[in-house]
Design a protein around this ligand. Structure first.
Ligand code: SF4
Length: 80
């Protein structure tokens, strides 16, 4: 399972930070940062979800008011 984070869309409401500790506040940018992620495209960050953190990742994606977080299974199917 992996997460795609569209940092350009992020508006810094930080609901995701409360749901999954992979997300942290970046108060300088007014955006979230996704720890350990790689920038796959401009402002699009991808990270593998560690075992046991799948639910947290899904809750983070559901909590985002601007849908900046998407969750995919290992087959590339979007699950959130
Ligand atoms: S909940 Fe969405 S808009 Fe808010 S900080 Fe997280 S990714 Fe950004």
């Amino acid at each position: 399972m992996y997460v795609e984070f569209d940092r350009d869309t992020c508006v810094g409401m930080y609901q995701c930070v409360a749901e999954w500790d992979a997300f942290e506040k970046n108060l300088n940018d007014g955006k979230a940062d996704l720890k350990g992620s790689e920038e796959a495209d401009e402002d699009l960050f991808v990270v593998e979800v560690p075992d046991g953190e799948e639910l947290d990742a899904k809750f983070a994606a559901r909590s985002c008011p601007v849908d900046a977080i998407e969750v995919y299974d290992d087959d590339g199917e979007q699950v959130v």
